[in-house]
Design a protein around this ligand. Structure first.
Ligand code: ATP
Length: 312
């Protein structure tokens, strides 16, 4: 009998990403407002003789299948804490753009943790899972909890946020990825070049925008559109100038707002409703400025077992 557990995990968009100065440890303090969106990876855990990763779906060829895969690291971390070997096959059904600034790898890490915990019956508490997530990467805790949250510190100290309605989004997926560390380094470089300095002594502490939090709370898309911000956007545009044409195409088609998603190169368009989403998506496809276009809504739930353990 082979038991397997499948966990579904959402992508995220940062509706606010305020980046503080470079800290001595090489990280940046953030005020990071995460919103989970309805694009999902699925991670299936099945008992195996040793840890094995497989991946299928768009961009799967770019995903490492060795011990550096974030899902593999998550399984290993959970197994180590519980004194067992991570003898598991993890299959990732990828739908979140790879290296797209939508936390796909982080989603797989959170998915692998929840799947292995269920498969092995480790019974890890929510706190323990969140602790392992924070060790794995600053976006991983949010992938576990989903919905909407304010991330402080490197993004790993999470406070859930209320969301008063459904928001409609269009995402334009660019060709190729952008390395998150490279985008942060470019952000520092641009700050130095502008003469403002890039360290914590030079840059004001990042703070969440009261207008943005209020727009989320009330579910008001127009107010949210006016409050969206991403401090990494100039850096992503500097490294990938062609993104400006994508942002322009979606804006011209009537999107309420356009911004780079996280570290990019995916671009995000907030729209009023499903009809406008279809119109903006069609215009983006016709513009030839991106590889694929996806429409979806937010918020979305965090990592969840999506089918009970089955007997074959
Ligand atoms: P973030 O938004 O959290 O900064 P991202 O969405 O830009 O991340 P990911 O899709 O998480 O980027 O991938 C970043 C890099 O991580 C990839 O280029 C890949 O080499 C590596 N990686 C490790 N594990 C995974 C995984 N399970 N899925 C995707 N990429 C992974």
């Amino acid at each position: 009998m082979t038991r397997s557990v499948t966990v579904r995990v959402p992508a995220k968009v940062n509706v606010q990403l305020a980046v503080g100065g470079l800290r001595p440890d090489g990280f940046h303090d953030l005020a990071n407002v995460f919103l989970a969106v309805g694009l999902y990876d699925e991670v299936t855990a099945t008992p195996a003789d040793e840890l094995r990763i497989t991946c299928a779906g768009p961009g799967a060829a770019e995903v490492p299948l060795d011990a550096t895969n974030l899902a593999a690291r998550a399984a290993t971390a959970l197994a180590r804490r519980h004194g067992r070997t991570p003898a598991v096959h993890l299959h990732i059904a990828k739908d979140i753009p790879v290296a797209g600034g939508m936390a796909g790898g982080s989603a797989d890490a959170a998915g692998a943790l929840v799947a292995c915990d269920a498969l092995w019956g480790t019974g890890a508490s929510r706190e323990e899972l969140l602790e392992i997530c924070a060790e794995l990467g600053s976006d991983v805790p949010f992938s576990l909890v989903g919905e909407a949250a304010l991330g402080r510190g490197r993004g790993e100290l999470l406070e859930p946020l209320p969301v008063g309605g459904t928001f409609h989004w269009v995402f334009a997926v660019a060709d190729g990825g952008l390395s998150t560390p490279a985008v942060y380094a470019e952000c520092d470089r641009l700050r130095e070049a502008a003469g403002t300095g890039a360290t914590t002594a030079d840059v004001p502490d990042p703070e969440p925008s009261p207008a943005l939090l209020s727009a989320l709370r009330s579910g008001d898309a127009t107010a949210l559109a006016a409050a969206l911000s991403n401090d990494l956007q100039p850096a992503a545009l500097s490294l990938r100038p062609s993104l400006a044409a994508t942002l322009e195409a979606g804006t011209r088609a009537g999107a309420l707002a356009a911004l780079v998603s996280g570290s990019g190169p995916t671009t995000a368009f907030l729209v009023a409703d499903a009809e406008q989403a279809d119109r903006v998506a069609a215009a983006l496809r016709a513009s030839g400025t991106c590889r694929t276009v996806r429409t979806t809504t937010s918020p979305a739930p965090g990592a969840r077992v999506c089918e009970p353990a089955t007997a074959h």
